[in-house]
Design a protein around this ligand. Structure first.
Ligand code: SAM
Ligand code: SF4
Length: 326
């Protein structure tokens, strides 16, 4: 279904939990955290109902995220149920990868198509400073588990944060010379919670691209400047993998935005960077029908804003990134 600006909305990102086993500096505070109680998270049955309604309005692609989606004990069952819904062509997940050694095989068997794994550094100390509670060994174990299970087209997500992992842009991009992965550099965005770091430690895609080119040579655009998801993709000479830049601040992709986001407590956000939400959980828990859900999805699509308002200094105030689902 098209929104009022002619964009085909077919991609639903579902957050399964706002909890996480890490505390990345730009995503979650270290203390005073309150997580959505399990009883208020959408259940597997509710997620299945959402999936059926979403397909009816034209969604065909789902990404699971969080918080850390692998903390859901019923994750494999959720993937199996959603992948069995006729009309859903693709299920992917964004994860920090730490639990993949235990579940990667089962996820693939349940119908998961691809994984994006978040790793901000190749240096033990820098990684632990930025992805607090994280270790490089666990990140690598997750990436290797994904490969061993047979996942292809693995993407690694990197948030470049000035003063924390500047040196890693080059080293991570260098991986594409020998690995068929896509390394994606994401610009820091401000949310509720740790928004100061996003405003003070932001690095533009142009700047991180320049760092990479200074060391490793030119990055040639692939497909002109066509977006791959939200990334603009390049290749180093003789590389087997690719380098992507996700630039919501310096080069927004709002004109091509095709997604809605469902939070773990059942609200649909029309834009990652706007606080407006519609409450789907109320419908689910007040015996609303399939048609009620379909109607609310149509309303959400029609209410999708033309773009974000960061350049006017407006950023989300009601949720951290972990509470929305990145
Ligand atoms: N825990 C999983 C992970 O880290 O991949 C999934 C959820 S996390 C919120 C999804 C993505 O959001 C991560 O890849 C991370 O890079 C990105 N992210 C988190 N906070 C961000 C911020 N303030 N600005 C830009 N990206 C952010
Ligand atoms: Fe957890 Fe992902 Fe947020 Fe890091 S970015 S704290 S891994 S939810």
């Amino acid at each position: 279904m098209k929104d009022q600006f002619g964009r085909e909305i077919n991609y639903l990102r579902i957050s399964l939990t706002d909890n996480c086993n890490l505390r990345c500096v730009y995503c979650m505070p270290l203390h005073d955290l309150q997580f959505v109680p399990t009883s208020e998270l959408l259940s597997i049955t509710e997620l299945e109902k959402i999936g059926h309604a979403a397909v009816e309005v034209g969604f065909n692609k789902i990404r699971l995220t969080g918080g850390e989606p692998t903390l859901r004990q019923d994750l494999v069952d959720i993937v199996r149920k959603l992948s069995n819904i006729d009309g859903i062509n693709e299920i992917t997940m964004t994860t920090n990868g730490y639990r993949l050694p235990y579940i990667a095989d089962d996820l693939l068997a349940a119908g998961m198509h691809r994984l994006n794994i978040h790793v901000d550094s190749l240096d033990h100390k820098r990684l632990s400073r930025l992805m607090r509670l994280g270790t490089l060994d666990k990140a690598w174990a997750g990436i290797h588990a994904a490969e061993k299970a047979g996942f292809s087209q693995i993407k690694l997500n990197v948030v470049i944060t000035r003063g924390y992992n500047d040196a890693d842009a080059v080293e991570l991009a260098r991986l594409t010379l020998t690995k068929s992965w896509q390394i994606r550099f994401i610009e820091l965005m401000p949310f509720a919670g740790p928004s100061e770091i996003a405003l003070n430690n932001y690095v533009s895609s142009d700047e991180s691209k320049q760092w990479i080119e200074d060391e490793l040579g030119p990055l040639s655009p692939i497909n002109g400047q066509a977006l791959d998801g939200e990334a603009r993709v390049y290749r180093l000479a003789d590389s087997v993998g690719t380098v992507g830049f996700i630039s919501p601040i310096s080069n927004p992709y709002c004109d091509d935005c095709n997604r809605l986001r469902l939070t773990s407590d059942g609200r649909v956000r029309m834009c990652l960077l706007s606080d407006k939400e519609l409450n789907f959980r109320n419908i689910l828990r007040q015996d609303g029908s399939h048609q009620d859900l379909v109607t609310l999805f149509k309303q959400a699509i029609q209410a999708k804003p033309v773009g974000h308002q960061l350049k006017h200094g407006i950023h989300p105030e009601n949720r951290t990134m972990s509470q929305i689902g990145g």
